[in-house]
Design a protein around this ligand. Structure first.
Ligand code: ZN
Length: 243
């Protein structure tokens, strides 16, 4: 079985459409969304309706919760807060209901654990960025694999049977027998690893591979919509810098 795992779309419909080309290449794949469908970008409603249509599993992110008042936004930075307030004003009652109903995590016993932020405290929206962040998170789940988003930085953290942790990021990563992994799938709509292209993961549970795909999309159009919507211009600039 193949899984197409996406996260942090952030209202960027142009980027999300590029993902659909990969979905077309693998019609049998299960599509999983790890949250932050909205926030920052100018098309929250359109992104929600696509995710609702294609995702077998759809989880809540902090921006999804913030847009419907489920998370305190005092700790958001100025740009994020402004975007959350704007997004909140765009959503229909149906869309709000969908966001409110999204679960924080999902697990398939013996197979995988899915969560937006971290498996130890999903509602606290902790980031897994460093090796020691990962080391702290491994005991919080039993499955061989945990898929996360949230930091917008694609990265695979592995732990060997002897407890030693490492991290790696390249196009295709083969999963080793006896190891466990935390896989950050990167961000569709606002990558922050210096590469502006949309980022997704294709996980093949037979071949035991994690494949990162980077997809070009209509960046100028996504930027123009952010400006036209009156959102902070920094949010348009950062898209092309991948920060
Ligand atoms: Zn995010």
């Amino acid at each position: 079985m193949r899984y197409i795992i996406i996260s942090d779309i952030h209202g960027n419909i142009e980027a999300l459409k590029s993902v659909l080309t990969i979905a077309d290449e693998h019609p049998d794949a299960h599509i999983v969304s790890l949250g932050d469908i909205v926030g920052y970008g100018a098309d929250p409603g359109a992104c929600l309706s696509i995710v609702q249509g294609i995702a077998r599993i759809s989880l809540a992110g902090n921006h999804d919760h913030a847009a419907v008042g489920l998370t305190d936004i005092r700790y958001f930075n100025t740009y994020a807060r402004e975007a959350v307030l704007w997004t909140s004003g765009q959503l229909t009652e149906n869309e709000r209901g969908y966001l409110r109903g999204l679960p924080l995590f999902k697990r398939a016993e013996g197979a995988y654990f899915l969560v937006h932020s971290s498996p130890d405290s999903p509602e606290e929206w902790r980031y897994i960025i460093t090796l020691s962040d990962a080391q702290e998170s491994f005991p919080a789940f039993e499955e061989p694999l945990c898929f996360v988003g949230h930091s917008h930085s694609p990265m695979v953290f592995g732990i060997a049977p002897n407890g030693r942790c490492h991290r790696e990021y390249r196009e295709t990563i083969s999963l080793k027998e006896g190891y466990r992994y935390i896989v950050n799938v990167g961000s569709v709509g606002q990558p922050r690893d210096g590469d502006w292209r949309a980022c997704i993961v294709v996980y093949d549970d037979q071949a035991k591979t994690i494949e990162y795909k980077r997809l070009e999309y209509d960046l100028p159009s996504a930027q123009k919509k952010i400006i036209d919507a009156g959102l902070p211009s920094f949010l348009a600039r950062r898209l092309q810098q991948g920060v």
